[in-house]
Design a protein. Structure first.
Lengths: 109, 236
């Protein structure tokens, strides 16, 4: 449900940064632990670009995996979803990567 | 040289045949690819295969929210107010838990409540009936409370010094976590009794969106705990 607002923010920030130039591509980073659905952002994106400098632009989404440190045993745990269990059985995990929600770059004509 | 990847028109690429030792220049091959360079409007060299200018942004989308959340944390710390974010799926029993907590502890602790719902004042009225100070935020088409809504609610609520504020967030499983509104701790509640426990709607909250250390998991005794979690895990 929050993906529409995120898409709007992406388009707004990208257009502001492009300073009137026509935008051809936006590269967005959505970490796997960000609780944001890339498909939904992609779906909303086209609606949000209508009539803006990003109309017709492509949205490239990169999805870095999540990384956490197990608070019980200290092992690094790779997470593809915002939940998971360490090999030691603990689910008390301290996330340190994959929470990103960042516009990486904008390609303008 | 291209500022995106370091490629260059005069890369002097060569192909070597290790048997004969012959070295063939590859300029013609490189020129035939779309990997040549163009000059962007600001004079920087860019990939022709991008055929546009790449602007690096590295801009965090939630930066503004993070700033506001930090401001909320400062506001709360200055008043020595402990703020807890109560979150769980719809129908899990957040309001019921609050009513009971206020009734049992209201005499000992100063508690006030920020009620979050998409619509209606129903939950705020239930809290008000306990005699507790409460403000209601209706998020409308949005789902959860963000740092700005929380900040404005806090100022309206104006909790007294050395007290506890509980933010009853909009029932949702995924949006609540990450300390995004500046609270000190998170309380995922799971009190559903069988009658209100709809497997589609009122699933026990998976604790997946929670990652802060200062968190208390509250689960009912008539429901199994979410996998991997004890009934009272994560204290402090």
């Amino acid at each position: 449900m929050h993906e529409l607002a995120i898409s709007q923010e992406v388009v707004e920030l990208a257009c502001r940064r492009a300073r009137g130039a026509r935008i051809r591509r936006i590269v967005l980073c959505i970490g796997r632990l960000s609780a944001v659905l890339p498909d939904a952002v992609q779906f909303c994106f086209n609606q949000c670009t209508e009539g803006t400098a990003a109309d017709g632009a492509v949205l490239d989404i990169v999805e870095p995996p999540g990384l956490a440190e197990c608070r019980a045993c200290g092992r690094a745990v790779l997470l593809e979803k915002p939940y998971g269990v360490c090999a030691c059985g603990s689910s008390d995990l301290d996330w340190f990567a994959g929470v990103d929600l960042t516009i990486q770059s904008v390609e303008v004509v | 040289m291209c500022e995106t990847c370091g490629c260059s028109d005069d890369s002097q690429a060569v192909l070597t045949d290790l048997e004969s030792g012959a070295v063939l220049p590859l300029q013609d091959v490189a020129a035939a690819t779309d990997h040549d360079l163009a000059r962007g409007p600001d004079g920087t060299l860019v990939h022709a295969h991008h055929s546009g200018r790449i602007i690096r942004m590295e801009q965090e989308l939630l930066a503004k929210n993070r700033l506001l959340a930090a401001r909320n944390r400062g506001w709360l710390a200055a008043r020595n107010v402990l703020a807890l974010n109560l979150l769980s799926s719809p129908g899990a029993g957040k309001t019921t838990l609050l009513e009971r907590t206020i009734r049992d502890l209201g005499g000992e602790l100063a508690i006030s409540i920020i009620e979050g719902d998409q619509a209606t004042l129903h939950d705020a009225r239930r809290i008000q009936a306990t005699g507790c100070k409460v403000v209601q935020v209706n998020t409308g088409a949005g789902c959860h409370l963000d740092a700005d809504m929380t900040g404005r609610s806090l100022r309206l609520l104006n909790p007294r010094m050395d007290s506890i504020v509980v933010i009853e967030n909009v029932g949702n499983r995924d949006d609540g976590g990450h300390g995004r509104r500046g609270q000190a701790g998170e309380v995922p509640a799971c009190l559903s009794r069988k009658r209100s426990y709809d497997p589609q709607q009122g699933r026990p909250p998976s604790l997946r969106s929670i990652r802060r250390r200062s968190m208390f998991g509250i689960c009912s005794t008539d429901e199994p705990s979410p996998p991997g979690h004890s009934n009272l895990g994560y204290a402090g």
